[in-house]
Design a protein around this ligand. Sequence first.
Ligand code: DAT
Ligand code: MG
Length: 131
Amino acid sequence: MIKPDGVKRGLTAEILARIQRKGYRVVGLKQFVISRELAENHYGEHKERPFFGELVDFITSGPVVAIALEGENAILGWRGMMGATNPANAAPGSIRADYATTTGENVTHGSDSPESAERELGLFFKPEELL
Ligand code: DAT
Ligand code: MG
């Protein structure tokens, strides 16, 4: 997902270009504003953390671009392309290293396991939206 900061800053095309140059297939793609309910569900694993309120405020603050990717090792590969959660620790050349300065606004999201990918794809896409 391209988070509201990435969309607002006009990074959508750049990030999609990286995904496509890498060789992943885009099988679902849409821009929309996440509702509070959906955001709280999506980030449910973090609901006891002190930053949860800010996280939900931020992710609902403007349009996101949800992207369903397909490809060999796409989950781990996309996590690598994004870089570490805190941009200060993100590998040089990764998206978060190149485009973000704070953990709170770190431009992209990626599922972290097959289970979370299945859950999150189900939250953000209807079956008929996945090609
Ligand atoms: P990731 O997005 O790399 O999967 P995560 O699942 O641990 O990271 O956290 C989800 C998001 O929550 C993260 O992208 C930014 C925010 N976040 C995480 N840790 C934070 C912290 N210590 N302070 C503020 N925001 C944080
Ligand atoms: Mg996560």
